[in-house]
Design a protein around this ligand. Structure first.
Ligand SMILES: Cc1cc2nc3c(=O)[nH]c(=O)nc-3n(C[C@H](O)[C@H](O)[C@H](O)COP(=O)(O)OP(=O)(O)OC[C@H]3O[C@@H](n4cnc5c(N)ncnc54)[C@H](O)[C@@H]3O)c2cc1C
Length: 216
């Protein structure tokens, strides 16, 4: 057992656990981050960073490491019946979730212990948390559950999901490509001209699935 080695043990290296490990590690806490996968695998969720989230990443000094993997959205054009009504300046970024998480993982200081393992159980108490990973048990002052929504670990800790409404939302995803093969993110003037042509039915996008293959 790695007894009392850590101030904090974090289960799950998604966006939440990874950002927390990076920030606490930089502050000098003894942190262990546990996830079965060394790299975040391709997954469909959270494919953009909103302005308030960008501000938070900046405040945590994590934004710089993410930006090389992100596409900047600088303006949003609102149109109606072939006319652009207004164009708003905005700080927004588009990127795949796994790229975002992996860019955050790259910012975790070497002082953080990263373990490729699955947390199988936790025994909590007022002073010490015992975190079981197969044959090993980690011991820490604080345990952070950041393993996503639901699962055996939540049940083990007595946490239950409260279902507000079944089948609440439906998601689909696709990339878009201009039919004239020009770059999609282009100069604002060109973009406005393209949007105007699109709304007038004179230019087209083709939807592609998220890994690049055109739909049948
Ligand atoms: C389709 C979709 C679109 C979304 N769009 C947005 C958006 O635009 N903006 C936004 O802010 N949010 C969005 N969300 C929500 C966002 O994706 C989640 O809030 C976010 O991913 C949660 O991050 P997390 O780190 O808590 O969990 P996760 O990303 O789920 O990470 C959990 C990690 O825990 C690991 N793990 C699991 N079990 C164990 C275990 N027993 N031991 C150790 N590790 C374990 C997993 O391997 C994984 O790496 C979207 C979600 C979906 C599904």
């Amino acid at each position: 057992m790695l007894d009392n080695l850590f101030d904090v043990v974090i289960a799950g290296a998604g966006l939440a656990g990874t950002a927390m490990a990076a920030v606490l590690g930089r502050q000098g806490w003894r942190v262990a981050l546990v996830d079965p996968y060394r790299e975040c695998r391709p997954t469909f969720k959270a494919e953009k960073i909103e302005p308030d989230q960008a501000a938070l990443f900046r405040q945590l000094s994590l934004l710089g490491g993410i930006l090389p993997h992100a596409a900047r959205i600088e303006s949003v054009a609102e149109g109606y019946r072939g006319r652009i009504l207004r164009t708003r300046t905005i700080e927004q970024y588009g990127m795949r979730y796994e790229d975002m998480v992996n860019a955050l993982r790259a910012q975790i200081p070497a002082t953080v212990t990263q373990l490729e393992a699955r947390v199988e159980g936790v025994e909590t108490s007022d002073t010490t948390q015992r975190v079981r990973l197969g044959d090993t048990t980690l011991s820490s002052r604080l345990f952070v559950l950041a393993s996503g929504t639901g699962g055996a670990l939540h049940r083990n800790l007595g946490l239950e999901r409260q279902m507000l409404r079944e089948a609440h939302s439906l998601c689909s995803s696709f990339d878009v490509q201009r039919d004239d093969d020009a770059a999609f993110c282009c100069h604002p003037d060109d973009y406005e001209a393209f949007m105007a042509a699109w709304m007038a039915g004179k230019a087209f996008y083709t939807a592609r699935d998220m890994y690049g293959a055109p739909p049948p």
